[in-house]
Design a protein around this ligand. Structure first.
Ligand code: GLA
Length: 727
């Protein structure tokens, strides 16, 4: 059993193979957090200490006992107005405008299987034995409010998930002003907070800072999980490395605004937390209404960041991604964006398609510009009428011609948007999220459709459905190219719009997935602006960044790899000089950078020389041979984020017998020191053969001291090593 309850102490213990999580409903009915860390057997419970702390209030029931204060004690779901002045998880306001909500334990339920969340993405179990669910109910009697804390335990994956359902069980309106889904309290210890910041074209940059007094906050107020901060964090001991030490992860299964962070309090206790953004949020609950706090996926590793990442990779691959494309081999796509931008017609598309076929590409994705009036990025979003005069035929005919070459056809769409210059806007100005009598903000010249409205959702579904019915499109690149600013809806209450927008988006995606299970959807938001586990539930891969420069991508892929597996990260080889940075890199290096994900090309093959074409043909053949280990193997980072000489990473097959190891060197310098690369995860005591050089290495020596890299003769040299275990 992975969930245990002791009736005498009211202690709940959750076990995964390598971690234990413990909490207690104490004698006052407060749910205190006891422990989350290395697996412990039995009931050797964590001991809490109590002391009289000035200016830390006590609950009335504690009477004269001034040593009991929620301002100090570690809790599972601290709420505002209970004397806890730290970052709390819940703030509510009653119909009289009074804040505060004292929550007491009311009962629990343990079930086999993993809970699901109505309308929201969540980790699922492949079979009932894979997971257990614990639901703890807390109540506030004055408000008639119930709080259900949901815990999902996947022991073999070392995963514990958390979510929360807030329900108004009374008759008067209650407004939820703030809602976090999970927090972790640590009574002592000194930690680092690791987060992934960035911007458009440079997403998910690794950042490690000491947790200091006060709060370190990350989040997004943009109505999207954002390029700026990924909804993912790691708390780690100062000495935790890739290979050793304790670390705890929190990953949000949500694609909208969020808030997360770490706080070091007055007694050097640490609280980490994650939940919905408070920006433009005031969620009114009428009688019997509820709101669900999106899921947080937590994992603990005592073996450093490498193991923590592998836990997330497994969970996303097997318990977040769904459907036919969960495990299917990734098609190698050629996307027309950097090949043609808006400058194309049907003839040019077919020229690219023919060349792509000769290179061994599986699918041609027609990017932006295929619909009426869309010859730049200033107009026509929302209309989605095929521009047959530009294509020279119908979309169905174009897709058929592509299919006849032996390629599949894919299509770019941006369904959540509306241009001011569009028929849709002229007909339905109230469908755009703009504040009446005020000039709206424009992002890439466009406005956001109000997905909290049913009629808008219906329109979007019908548009997508009509595209898929008229042409054999087997892949959609689902883009989203601006942030939400005006949280205004003509229909929904404005404090609800941001959250209901996300429910609306998930509803549409779910409907498309179930009606068109053979269509693979790639998520995109100006590259990686919505790179999160929520989107991955519906779109099994995401365009990682609009930056295709191989060297910038190394850092983007490095940061992304902490929380997400290679198989969800779309990466394409593009031309040189690179369109975003102007950098020139060898074709092999661009290939190596792109093969660390769902691989493809983003270039016009007719601009390649005969030698380059030959090289691309071999790259595609080689990628196909390696795609299993890349998409299913265990992933290891082999270089530090600040390493200035090289970047290296490795995939290893589940049985440890095969290794694919990639290295890209950075700027070359005169008379450089020798570079050594040290593989990880090999079978101790075994020997490995380098398939190309036939050299034999002892696994233990490789893992201890590494092997010397043939010195680069230019900047940005790329190396691929394949090792196999020979005994
Ligand atoms: C976004 C995407 C790009 C491309 C353009 C098309 O920026 O991230 O890959 O599809 O839109 O307008």
């Amino acid at each position: 059993m992975s969930i245990e309850y002791d009736n005498n102490t009211r202690i709940f213990t959750l076990h995964t193979n390598n971690s234990t999580y413990q909490m207690q409903a104490d004698s006052f009915g407060y749910l205190l957090h006891l422990y989350y860390g290395r697996r412990a057997n039995g009931f050797a419970n964590w001991e809490l200490t109590y002391a009289d702390r000035g200016f830390s209030a006590s609950p009335y029931d504690a009477g004269n006992d001034r040593t009991y204060s929620l301002d100090v004690l570690p809790q599972e779901f601290p709420s505002q107005g209970t004397g806890d002045y730290r970052n709390t998880m819940l703030e509510v306001r009653d119909s009289e405008g009074v804040y505060g909500c004292d929550l007491r334990y009311d009962g629990y339920e343990i079930r086999d299987g993993k809970y699901s969340l109505n309308g929201l993405p969540a980790v699922y179990a492949n079979h009932n034995e894979e997971a257990q669910t614990l639901i703890i109910t807390l109540k506030n009697e004055r408000l008639n409010l119930s709080v259900k804390l949901l815990y999902g335990v996947l022991p073999d994956k070392d995963i514990i998930t958390r979510s929360v359902i807030i329900k108004n069980e009374g008759t008067k309106k209650i407004t939820v002003m703030k809602l976090c889904s999970a927090c972790l309290d640590f009574t002592h210890g000194s930690f680092d907070l690791i987060t992934f910041h960035g911007h458009h074209m440079m997403e998910r940059q690794f950042d490690r800072q000491e947790v200091h007094h006060g709060s370190s906050l990350i989040g997004s107020r943009r109505g999207m999980s954002s390029h700026q901060y990924n909804p993912f964090l790691i708390l780690a001991d100062h000495d935790t490395t890739e290979k050793s030490g304790r670390c705890w992860g929190m990953q949000f299964v949500y694609s909208g605004g969020f808030e997360a962070g770490a706080e070091l309090d007055q007694f050097n206790q640490t609280r980490v937390f994650m939940g919905l953004s408070q920006e433009k949020f005031a969620y009114e609950l009428e009688a019997d209404e509820e709101i669900i706090g999106p899921e947080v996926i937590m994992t603990f590793s005592n073996e450093g960041f490498g193991k923590l990442s592998q836990n997330y990779h497994e969970c996303i691959r097997e318990n977040i991604r769904r459907g036919k494309f969960r495990d299917a081999e990734r098609p190698i796509v050629l996307n027309t964006w950097e090949a043609l931008y808006f400058d194309f017609n049907g003839k040019k598309i077919m020229e690219v398609a023919r060349e792509a076929k000769e290179l061994g590409i599986d699918m041609l994705v027609i990017d932006d510009g295929w619909f009426m009036n869309r010859n730049d990025d200033c107009r026509a979003l929302g209309d989605w009428t095929v521009d047959e005069s530009k294509l020279g035929c119908s979309l169905g005919e174009l897709a058929n011609m592509i299919n006849e070459l032996g390629l599949k056809a894919g299509l770019w769409v941006e369904p959540e948007m509306i241009s001011e210059d569009s028929r849709l806007y002229r007909e339905h100005p109230d469908w755009a999220m703009i504040i009446p009598n005020e000039k709206p903000t424009l992002g890439r010249n466009q406005l956001v459709l109000d997905l909290s409205r049913n009629d808008v959702r219906e329109y979007i579904f019908n548009v997508i459905s009509s595209i898929l019915e008229q042409a054999n499109i087997e892949y959609l690149k689902w883009d989203y190219n601006r942030s939400i600013n005006e949280a205004f809806s003509h229909e929904t209450d404005n404090g609800k719009t941001m959250y209901d927008y996300m429910l609306g988006l998930y509803e549409i995606l779910e409907r498309i997935n179930s009606c068109y299970p053979n269509v693979l959807i790639e998520g995109c938001a100006g590259g990686g602006g919505r790179f999160d586990a929520g989107m991955l539930y519906y779109t099994p891969r995401i365009w990682c960044s609009d930056n295709t420069d191989a060297i910038d991508r190394l850092k983007i892929h490095y940061g992304t790899s902490f929380g997400y597996p290679a198989s969800v990260l779309s990466a394409h080889v593009s031309v040189c000089p690179n369109h975003q940075t102007g950098r020139i890199t060898p074709l092999k290096t661009r290939y190596i950078a792109a093969m660390s994900g769902a691989f493809g090309y983003e270039l016009n093959p007719s601009f390649l020389s005969a030698d380059e074409k030959q090289e691309v043909i071999s790259q595609i053949e080689q990628y196909k041979q390696n795609s299993k280990i890349i998409n299913e193997g265990l992933y290891y980072r082999l270089s530090a984020p600040d390493c200035e000489t090289f970047c290296a990473w490795e995939y290893i097959s589940r049985d440890g017998s095969k290794i694919l190891l990639n290295v890209i060197t950075l700027l070359n310098h005169g008379n450089m020191s020798q570079i050594y690369v040290t593989p990880k995860g090999l079978t101790p005591g075994a020997f490995y053969r380098d398939i190309e050089s036939e050299k034999i290495y002892a696994a233990d020596i490789l893992m201890d001291s590494g092997f010397p890299l043939k010195m680069p003769t230019r900047d940005f040299e790329g190396y691929i090593f394949r090792f196999e275990r020979i005994q």
